[in-house]
Design a protein around this ligand. Sequence first.
Ligand code: C2G
Length: 162
Amino acid sequence: MSLTVQALSPEPVRALPDMGDTPRIDGGPTIALTYGTYDLFHIGHVRLFERIKQRYDRLIVAVSTDEFNAIKGKKAVVPYADRVAMVRACRYVDEVIPENDWGQKESDVLVHGVDAVVMGSDWTGRFDELKSLCDVVYLPRTEGVSSTELKADVVAAVSGRA
Ligand code: C2G
């Protein structure tokens, strides 16, 4: 009877679903990735980052460029460079990358060794195609605040309707 040693194929390293505090098999920091425009940076954005960092060791934030927002049919009040600076200044954020198109997510996950893509609940289901590569987590939005509402409040205030 000959004993042959068969090389085991290395399993992809990633954390268990939504239990971000579970250490990675390679012992490295667990990594989360999230996407957004972050226009008129507000408490809803901060609370999302805070909750992600309660679950994962590192947070990478992909900020939509002005060109990509045009593709999304959105126009941010705050220019891209300033939105990046404000997101980067948030203590929960470890790295900022640009979001240039809808199709970059799979390569972002692979290039950055992401354990989980985390989005607010208004995106529920829309990132599920990534589940073959990493965990996909949707967290409840912070109620009562949004960039759109803030814009409407400013317009109302300026036009004396507030
Ligand atoms: N968010 C939240 N609570 C709010 C407002 C926003 O948790 N009150 C979350 C959203 O759910 C999202 C993130 O903050 O996960 C960023 O929101 P937006 O800046 O509005 O992002 P959006 O323009 O929807 O871009 O490819 C995905 C897109 O880039 C998402």
